[in-house]
Design a protein around this ligand. Structure first.
Ligand code: C2O
Ligand code: CU
Ligand code: CU
Length: 437
């Protein structure tokens, strides 16, 4: 954990191969020799300085996923490329009014994003503050998946796995396979769960317990909500309170989730078929039964939805024939019929205005839609589990469905991106640019 002091957090992150994963020496990738990389803890108003050193054999860069920060210059700028052997100094100013919460960082060099995250490059980023919660532990559970061969090498994805969105055989929590989480009966714990998987949707359950959700992405809910299951698309975070009442061993599970299939088109075989539940971790509770402390009944949710709406737009996510396709196989992953071009402005937005975007999915699989730098309210209750006052930054747009977003383009201007957070789809071109100017 690296903690900011006196309004500044300066950290050097060296991206390189050769980390321990699941207790094994592997040639997987990490930051400063670990996967995930160090957890960065900042406060609103801090300056986050990251010296990113690229010791990989391909270009990389850094994205602070979910932070409402400027994408300009050497800020959270997705257009930066850091060549092998080079380094880059990021300076990310966290606004003084930035909400506290759970965020993460990962590479964002177009064309390499899925490979690099699958290889192990990710880390947690926490903005401190928020209400005092009666918890004895505050834990990060950064979930990633990968596939290793017998020699400890990360297995590359083939073209079909990229179209479906690769899912690894090995699901890890903080780089560990099925870790034990020890807790005492009668305590309360805050778990910040980050879905850092390239494509896998996590439908979380904890045996014998309900999960009390207090936050989604970087935003508190208005009040705690008890759930049997919490669903995280790739990129989403949830903060939950776990209140173990009696001793025992309880599995934290990711139960099967059907996110649709790319295989209906072109007659390709399924690569991500239904499997049984995956054990993420085991909660081991000791001590006598106890009654847990009560939670606050109200939480500092953001205000909103904001209005009035200055402009409405419709964006269409599609699979099939598109222009500028990167693949020869005939399947393109497009937004509004085109694939990503870094130099093209796809949406031009007036700074300070609120827009309503309807994101339509015409394909037979779910696509998690993500916008950098300007978190949004989800207006369509059929795809929004929490109340729409919550701001989030990834929404799972269901197959043949849609999501209505209300986006306050406030706080800063600049040019950034939106994309499918099945990162194989992003690398295949399912990304567009937004220029707020
Ligand atoms: Cu985690 Cu552009 O995303
Ligand atoms: Cu992001
Ligand atoms: Cu997608």
């Amino acid at each position: 954990v690296v903690v900011g002091r006196d309004g500044i957090l300066s950290v050097r992150l060296a991206a390189a191969a050769g980390v321990r994963l699941a207790g094994l020496d592997t040639s997987a990738w990490g930051y400063n020799g670990t996967s995930p990389g160090p957890t960065l803890r900042v406060r609103p108003g801090d300056l986050l300085r990251v010296q990113l050193v690229n010791q990989l054999g391909q270009p990389t860069n850094l994205h602070t996923h979910g932070l409402k920060v400027s994408p300009q210059a050497n800020g959270d700028n997705p257009f930066i490329a850091i060549d092998p052997g080079a380094e880059f100094d990021y300076e990310i100013r966290i606004p003084p009014d930035h909400p506290p919460g759970t965020f993460w960082y990962h590479p964002h060099h177009h064309g390499n994003v899925a490979d690099q995250i699958f290889a192990g490059l990710a880390g947690a980023l926490l903005v401190e503050g928020g209400p005092d919660l009666p918890v004895s532990s505050d834990r990060v559970l950064l979930v990633t998946d990968t596939t290793l061969d017998a020699g400890g090498h990360v297995v590359p994805a083939d073209a079909m796995a990229r179209m479906q969105g690769r899912e690894g055989d090995l699901v890890l929590v903080n780089g560990q396979h099925e870790p034990v989480i020890a807790a005492s009966a009668g305590s309360a714990e805050r778990w910040r769960v980050i879905n850092g998987c390239v494509s896998r949707v996590l439908a979380l359950r904890l045996d014998g317990h309900r999960l009390t959700q207090i936050a989604l992405d970087g935003s508190f809910l208005a009040a705690p909500i008890d759930r049997d299951q919490v669903v995280l698309a790739p990129g989403n975070r949830v903060d939950v309170i776990v209140r173990p009442a009696a001793d025992g061993r309880f599995a934290l599970l990711a139960v099967p989730y059907d996110r649709g299939s790319a295989t209906m088109m072109g007659g390709m075989a399924a690569t991500g078929g239904q499997r049984g539940p995956v054990i993420l971790a085991t909660l081991v509770v000791t001590g006598s039964t106890g009654s847990t402390p009560p939670l606050p009944t109200a939480l500092p949710a953001p205000t909103g939805p904001h209005g009035p709406v200055a402009r409405q737009r419709r964006l269409t996510l599609a699979m099939g024939m598109g222009t500028g396709m990167r693949m020869g196989m005939g399947m393109g992953f497009t937004i509004d019929g085109r694939t990503f071009e870094a130099g093209r402005d796809d949406q031009i937005v007036t700074p300070g205005t609120t827009e309503e975007w309807t994101v339509v999915n015409t394909s037979p699989m779910d696509h998690p839609f993500h916008l950098h730098g300007w978190p949004f309210h989800v207006m369509d209750p059929s795809v929004s589990t929490p109340p729409a006052t919550t701001l989030q930054d990834v929404v799972l747009v269901p197959a043949y469905g849609q999501a209505g977003l209300r986006i306050p383009f406030t706080g800063h201007s600049g040019r950034s991106v939106y994309h499918c957070h099945i990162l194989d789809h992003e690398d295949l071109g399912m990304m567009g640019t937004v220029n707020v100017r």
